[in-house]
Design a protein around this ligand. Sequence first.
Ligand SMILES: NC(=O)c1ccc[n+]([C@@H]2O[C@H](COP(=O)([O-])OP(=O)(O)OC[C@H]3O[C@@H](n4cnc5c(N)ncnc54)[C@H](OP(=O)(O)O)[C@@H]3O)[C@@H](O)[C@H]2O)c1
Length: 403
Amino acid sequence: MSNEENISVALFGFGCVGQGLYDVLNHSEVLQANIEKICVKDASKKRSVDMSLITYSKDDILDRKDLDVVVEMINDTDEAFAIVKKAMENKIAVVSASKKMLATYFEELYKLQEENNVALIYEASAGGSIPIIRTLEEYYDNELLSSLRGILNGTTNYILTRMELESKDYSEILADAQSIGFAEIDPWLDVAGFDTMYKLCLLSVHAFGVILKPEQILALGIQNVTFNDIRYAREKGLRIKLVASAAKAGDKFRVYVMPRFVKSDDELYKVVYEYNGVEVEGAFSCTQVFTGKGAGSHPTGSAVLSDISALTYNYRYSYKKLKKLKRILGAKYNGADLLDTEFTIRVYIRYDEQKDMDGIEIKNVVEEYRSPGMNFIIADVGFNSLYKFKGNKESKVFICEVE
Ligand SMILES: NC(=O)c1ccc[n+]([C@@H]2O[C@H](COP(=O)([O-])OP(=O)(O)OC[C@H]3O[C@@H](n4cnc5c(N)ncnc54)[C@H](OP(=O)(O)O)[C@@H]3O)[C@@H](O)[C@H]2O)c1
């Protein structure tokens, strides 16, 4: 591909991200991209583009020999993987925004890049408009990174911010967020921490070279947060944030998603409403913070545009940290073995009945409070035991990391 020429692009998906990309592409004065075709699913929907661009058959795009880039922005994980796989096998460079698909199929996608010598880039999949993946990949290439912490989900940050500022309960703010489009009608993937977990999977590869399957990452969400929890935090000058963490611990890595009390001098404290923020800690660069809009049509579209633009100069992720680890560990390389789960973590646990905490290995109680309206403990607990609560839709326990 040469940046002197117009590049030929085909899109899969014309929803929130697809339309955002279409708009930002039309406003770009630098990138000369021809959109050849747009593949969508529902033939009954009205489209805001010339209908000759629209197709309902993926093969109309994937069988073409004249395409430079396929941009995948659909909301069907398995179908997205099938599209991306075939495009790469046909040696077409791919840009994708689909974090769940990328995280779920990462091993296969990595192999497809190597075997077909073709680019797959996905800046829009984590942190929306924040250019974090390429930054980790390029800027921190030779840097000894020690940790990464981030607010990676705009919906949950929006809910937590409004609960605090308006002194309202979770269900009221969630319903309002749904009515104005800041939360999905089914918010589970966001509020239970899964969306953040997919993004953390991708950031762990680029920060540390660790490939983890989504289910290997402990993800606790904010679905059980109440205004009592927010008030407790506020009284102590803290804010509750849903934080993705990946940190070096000796030769291993601690990678998890959990609500966390953050102090007012913490950079993540200032990241409010739908904004995302990522803090990166390096041995020599010290702390650096990146903030920006984490989702939405135009912010995400602009990240996709930046990827298309990068492909005009034949950009590919080099995965240097992953390759280095694979070189050192050889056939023994296994992301799960690099995960440290044998540590103690200090958490706040708000519960209704003592038995709600069954299974959590409590090692040391630091503070305990019981009243007719609210019970909580702050305790050091075995991290491994928290996996028991992962994905438990019935549990009403709220767990939050304490610094
Ligand atoms: N929204 C965001 O802010 C955001 C941010 C970062 C990443 N993402 C990711 O980007 C992807 C797209 O998100 P979105 O919000 O744009 O979703 P969306 O608004 O629901 O749109 C999804 C699009 O995918 C199309 N589609 C679904 N299945 C298809 C198939 N089998 N073949 C062709 N087209 C198909 C739909 O077609 P119809 O139009 O015919 O229904 C629709 O145009 C998702 O993976 C999401 O996680 C979204």
